[in-house]
Design a protein around this ligand. Structure first.
Ligand SMILES: NC(=O)C1=CN([C@@H]2O[C@H](COP(=O)(O)OP(=O)(O)OC[C@H]3O[C@@H](n4cnc5c(N)ncnc54)[C@H](OP(=O)(O)O)[C@@H]3O)[C@@H](O)[C@H]2O)C=CC1
Ligand SMILES: O=CCCC(=O)O
Length: 525
């Protein structure tokens, strides 16, 4: 994964540096902070800080410009979970490794000199540590992520277009293809290259993503005539992010791997808006090495939170910063006392962060770095809370996605039923939406879609035909292990009715219309 220069060839797969030009303001602040961090040089190795992960809940209100107006964040320490990863800026861990290397070299020198020269080991330790520091500062020893140099994207529908767009905006070299060519045009105008078949895209790219409608199209684009598999070869990778069943995914995986290439299934949770905002959740399975190679790309398209810790030289004046990829700034800060220090396994029960602290810390991390006076020796580190999951063998990602969407389809059907019942008994469904939003069954989905459902409007984010496809595939999955799923089966029937009434391309929340139809039919009888 590591090497130098743009497009450098290592084996057949080319890599480039994680693009920085359009890094978010948060990233720039973090980089700036990291540059100003004081490196720990040649101290004897001490235990590395424990990898701390936090569950966090944010509540925020944004201005029309999208800037953060007010944010509260509650942190709770929790054990590391699948999907968590320490960030590249996890400096203490890196410092620790550097120190260990330096110390080890020092010990070797010390032994070699048979203690003839008492200070030899220590001197060597200091020298090696200094060399490491210089190498890092001169980018000779770059610890940042790298990623495949040429990225293909097949399928530019509701999801594929914004996903590819985010890759382009992040500075990736993207080549696109879509069955309906006109959908490529906006991306081409953003800088994407175009090829006229999946085969050509795959042949010209290191890794190729595919976001197709259903199993048939995913299979056809991957394995059909002029399909991606024909352009695959050892060292390349194919990542299918469509929602398909496990059997289809395995078939695609086998055909791709027959070419010597790597395969990852990576269906996504999250809809149109999360795709636009780079807030998707990836449910991956297959070749772990490909997962690792494309992790930086998944993180461009996917959800991640950065939790930063800023420590001053004054142990009584420890500060925490929190940054979230969604916001172009540091979201908050809190002074931490000695009892709540963040390293060494100490406790952080909860932190309430106010905006004025956030502004203050924002200033600290801003271009002017005006508050450095308060922090003569800054050590900066951060952990990432990532939303990409590696689930093992091909089929597991597909299964996870289908289970999630089975739940979602049933939830929406049930919510629709509740809305119609509230109407029927004379309640205001708008009030129902509000009540639901405040209680234990609150869900972003209900809050987002409820208000337009009240107005019988269904602007398409997740097409109803795809939700019905997912329920069908989930029922197949349940059948394969003889599990009864009566609720999902009933929901599926409703989506089928909605499809038969011409609602396929509406948002899946239009399933409420199928219930209305049932109600009307009943009242006529
Ligand atoms: N929308 C959502 O909220 C989410 C969708 N998904 C899943 O992602 C996938 C894509 O969804 P979405 O973008 O919404 O769907 P769209 O219907 O908007 O896009 C489907 C894409 O598949 C292409 N396609 C369809 N049939 C064929 C075919 N026979 N040959 C070649 N290409 C074909 C379409 O090409 P063309 O433009 O020519 O029609 C289009 O690029 C689906 O599997 C869906 O279940 C997953 C998470 C969320
Ligand atoms: O497959 C579609 C999922 C939609 C969502 O997760 O909001």
């Amino acid at each position: 994964m590591r090497g130098k220069g743009n497009g450098e060839k290592r084996g057949p797969l080319r890599f480039c540096r994680r693009p920085s030009p359009s890094a978010s303001a948060v990233d720039r602040s973090l980089q700036l902070a990291a540059r100003h961090s004081s490196l720990v040089i040649a101290r004897p190795p001490s235990p590395p800080p424990l990898p701390l992960f936090f569950s966090s809940s944010f509540s925020s209100s944004s201005s029309s410009s999208g800037e953060l107006q007010n944010e509260e964040c509650h942190l709770q320490e929790r054990p590391a979970e699948n999907g968590d990863e320490l960030g590249e800026g996890q400096l203490p861990a890196i410092h620790f490794c550097e120190s260990v290397i330096a110390y080890a070299v020092g010990m070797v020198v010390n032994v070699q000199q048979r203690r003839d020269c008492a200070g030899g080991g220590v001197t060597a330790t200091v020298v090696v540590a200094l060399l490491v520091k210089v190498a890092r500062n001169w980018k000779l020893l770059d610890l940042s992520d790298e990623m495949p140099a040429h990225v293909g994207f097949l399928g530019l529908g509701i999801m594929g277009s914004p996903m590819a767009q985010n890759l382009i905006k992040a500075g990736c070299n993207v080549t696109v293809w879509n069955r309906t060519k006109s959908k490529c045009d906006p991306l081409i105008s953003l800088g994407a290259k175009y090829k006229s078949s999946p085969e050509e895209v795959a042949a010209s790219c290191d890794v190729t993503f595919a976001m197709l409608a259903e199993p048939e199209s995913a299979l056809d684009v991957a394995c059909g005539e002029h399909g991606a598999a024909r352009g695959m070869s050892p060292g390349k990778g194919y990542i299918d992010v469509s929602t398909v069943d496990g059997a289809t995914s395995k078939l695609i995986g086998t055909k791709i791997k027959d070419t010597g290439a790597l395969f990852l299934e990576a269906p996504v949770s999250g809809s149109k808006k999360p795709a636009e905002d780079g807030q998707l959740i990836f449910l991956t399975a297959g070749d772990r090495s490909l997962f690792e190679m494309v992790a930086p790309l998944l993180d461009i398209m996917g959800k991640q939170r950065k939790i930063g810790f800023l420590k001053s030289s004054d142990p009584l004046n420890r500060d925490t910063i929190l940054a979230d990829k969604r916001h172009s700034g540091i979201v908050g800060a809190e002074k931490m006392g000695r009892r709540t220090r963040l390293s060494g396994g100490a406790t952080v029960a909860s932190a309430s962060i106010s905006v004025c602290d956030g502004e203050w810390i924002g200033k600290l991390l801003g271009d002017s770095f005006s508050s450095t006076d308060n922090f003569r020796s800054i050590r900066y580190t951060w952990a990432r809370l990532l939303s990409r999951f590696f689930l093992g063998d091909v089929g597991n990602g597909a299964a996870m996605k289908l289970v999630v969407n089975m739940i979602m389809g049933s939830m929406m059907a049930s919510f629709s039923e509740g809305m119609l019942l509230s109407e029927k008994v004379g309640l205001d469904p708008r009030v129902l939406v509000e009540v639901v939003s405040q209680g234990a069954i609150s869900s972003p989905m209900f809050s987002m879609k409820g208000p337009s459902m009240v107005q019988s409007m269904y602007p398409t984010a997740f097409p109803l035909k795809h939700q019905q496809k997912d329920l069908r595939l989930a029922l197949g999955l349940a059948e394969s292990v003889s599990q009864p799923t009566p609720i999902a089966a009933a929901a599926n029937e409703l989506y089928k009715v909605a499809k038969s009434r011409g609602l396929s391309d509406h948002d899946f929340s239009a399933v409420i219309e199928a219930l209305r139809i049932k109600l009307q039919t009943q009242s006529k009888e």
